[in-house]
Design a protein around this ligand. Sequence first.
Ligand code: FES
Length: 91
Amino acid sequence: MKTFRIRVEGQAADAEADSETSLFAAMARTGIEWRVSCRNGTCRTCMGLLLQGQVRYDIAWPGLSADEKEEGYCLPCIARPMADIVIAQQA
Ligand code: FES
């Protein structure tokens, strides 16, 4: 299975995830701190901005509007990588 690099803006270390691993799980495994709460794509606590790459969701209704998805926002607790990722946490 292909492995993708997950780079978090402002963090020295990169995480790695295959296409079945959430961005958050990969970051946690690497020791990268990221705000998280529900872990099921509804609360939006974990929302981040994708600066590069693409993600997919197993659920049809992640808690993002179509506009937010278009603008590059994603929910790392349930987002799985489809390419190398660069992501920024929201203030
Ligand atoms: S932690 Fe709730 S949507 Fe990601």
